[in-house]
Write a protein that binds this ligand. Structure first.
Ligand code: NAD
Length: 491
């Protein structure tokens, strides 16, 4: 552990080139996260950031935008101007080869000025349709250096099915080997998602019961209160299944169900995650209709329905909600239903995992009256872990009452770093553990494609749910058929 900390505290030398430097992601996530690394001294003197995009901005303008992006941070008052002075802007159309020549010259100049020693991170924060062309030009125009490292970080969505993901992957991996290719799934940068491995593998208590002998079912909820907002164009081509299940939910499932890796290393963890995803039970088209629910939000709670949203076709069949029952057929989890649901315009924004343990057969208590043990990993908004247990009711007799044990995760009063800050640091250190490997992406797409295909072939109806609810009735029925109910009722 000490060794890891020591590496992380070392100042990093790097030139970032952010494609899409004027975009929403850059302003809301990347610039504030880079500032956190600067505050910690990980980025100090030997770094520079080139923002590139189509708009004709100047360096000064980008620096103002960066200062605005970090404004809420107290440290920005003293450090903001110095931090922003490391930012440079180049107006750039990604299809124009000439622009890459200018970009190379600027990169070389900054490399020398800040003594960066050739380390480059190319962050592609723009539409994936440009990724291939950017990768190709980075290589052909020699923006990729021969001296330091060259890493490319790409944003989601990574394809819209297996075929398109493969094309996208091939178009980049022609120029960047897998070890230099960092596919962002920002859920993997979340502290509580990273805690899954800590909980599972560092506590004998949990290790012992983390299997189909003790776990009855797992429930994963990724709910959003917002509607489609300004992303209608993209969302119409995606839907909840592609937008949330293929990446975030399947990644969470792989962390929850993988076998214990041989060591805490990128390759060992990856191997087990891939094996878990490969072990997802495949459904026939008819079984997809039985085990998956898709739905669209309708007006309610003072909000308009999906079909009334701007830029949404009034006969759109895009799902804004999906629920499903999955199985990972590996040795520890076969037979354990994993219920998932995600959707827009639900009661509130939350990400949580509820692990419900089996009922106990006992003659010591009236087992019907015993509450189940439930381990809840509340990823957000609370960032806490709870364990529901049974304890004795105070007083005469021997009645039982449920009690909630809260696991203290943050006993040092440290500020929990934002996912993007952690992922940017991982990329600086060349550690891809918390990024999605191509094989993980490929298995996840193949699974999702089979569900999508069944729906497209007419299996499974599109249900409706009013805004401000927790989805359609069918989502409740999915669990009720098995004698279960959602632990999280949306409150
Ligand atoms: P955005 O529309 O705000 O920004 C897109 C950027 O690309 C702009 O800087 C624009 O100038 C630039 N651009 C577009 N066409 C160009 C061209 N031909 N040449 C040069 N530059 C061009 O988008 P965003 O919200 O910042 O998202 C960027 C990427 O990140 C997308 O792939 C998106 O799906 C992904 N993403 C964004 C978020 C988010 O919170 N915004 C979250 C997850 C993933």
């Amino acid at each position: 552990m000490k060794v890891v900390l020591a590496i992380m505290e070392i100042e990093q030398k790097a030139l970032f080139i952010i494609f899409g430097g004027t975009g929403d992601l850059a302003k809301r996530k990347l610039y504030p996260s880079l500032f956190q690394l600067y505050k910690k001294g990980i980025l100090k003197d030997n770094f520079a950031i080139i923002g590139t995009a189509r708009r004709p901005w100047s360096d000064e303008h980008l620096q103002e935008v960066v200062k605005e992006a970090i404004e809420g941070d107290e440290a920005a008052v003293s450090l903001g101007a110095e931090f922003a002075s490391h930012f440079y802007y180049q107006s750039h159309n990604v299809n124009d080869t000439e622009h890459y020549v200018t970009l190379r010259k600027l990169a070389e100049k900054l490399d020398e000025k800040y003594q960066i020693e050739g380390n480059r991170l190319f962050y592609l924060a723009m539409s994936p349709r440009f990724f291939g062309t950017i990768a190709q030009h980075l290589k052909s125009q020699k923006i990729v250096t021969t001296k330091g490292y060259n890493r490319v970080i790409v944003e989601k969505p990574f394809g819209r099915d297996f075929e398109s993901a493969k094309d996208l992957n091939d178009s980049i991996s022609k120029y960047f080997p897998e070890e230099d290719f960092f596919r962002i799934d920002h859920y993997l940068g979340k502290e509580m998602i990273q805690n899954i491995m800590a909980l599972r593998f560092s506590n004998n208590l949990f290790r012992a019961v983390w299997n189909n002998r003790y776990i009855d079912n797992i429930q994963i909820t990724l709910s959003e209160a917002l509607g489609v907002e300004e992303r209608a164009g993209y969302y119409e081509t995606a839907g909840a299944l592609r937008d949330m299940v293929q990446n975030h939910i399947l990644q969470i499932i792989s962390l929850l169900t993988m076998n214990m890796p041989a060591s805490y290393s990128e390759s060992d963890i990856r191997r087990e995650k891939i094996y878990a995803l490969k072990s997802l039970k495949k459904y026939s088209a008819v079984k997809v209709a039985e085990n998956f629910v898709r739905a669209q939000y309708s007006a309610g709670d003072g909000q308009i329905g999906y079909l009334q949203e701007n830029e949404i076709a009034n006969d759109s069949t895009t799902e804004t909600f999906v629920a499903g029952k999955l199985f990972v057929n590996n040795e520890n989890f076969s037979g354990v239903p994993i219920y998932i649901r995600t959707g827009k315009r639900l009661t509130k924004k939350t990400t949580r995992i509820d692990i419900s343990f089996k009922e106990m057969e006992t003659s010591f208590f009236d087992s019907k009256k015993l509450g189940r043990n439930i381990l809840t990993i509340n990823v957000e908004p609370e960032g806490k872990v709870f364990l529901q247990t049974n304890i004795k009711k105070i007083g005469q007799g021997f009645d039982l009452v449920p009690s909630l044990m809260e696991l203290q995760l943050n006993n040092e009063n440290v500020v929990v770093p934002e996912a993007y800050e952690k992922l940017l640091l991982d990329a600086l250190l060349g550690d891809a553990t918390n990024f999605a490997h191509w094989e993980e992406v490929a298995y996840a797409w193949k699974f999702v494609d089979s569900i999508r295909k069944a729906w497209d072939d007419g299996n499974g109806n599109l249900a409706e749910y009013p805004c401000g609810s927790m989805g359609p009735r069918e989502s409740e029925e999915l669990l009720e058929r098995d004698g279960h109910q959602w632990v999280f009722d949306g409150e």
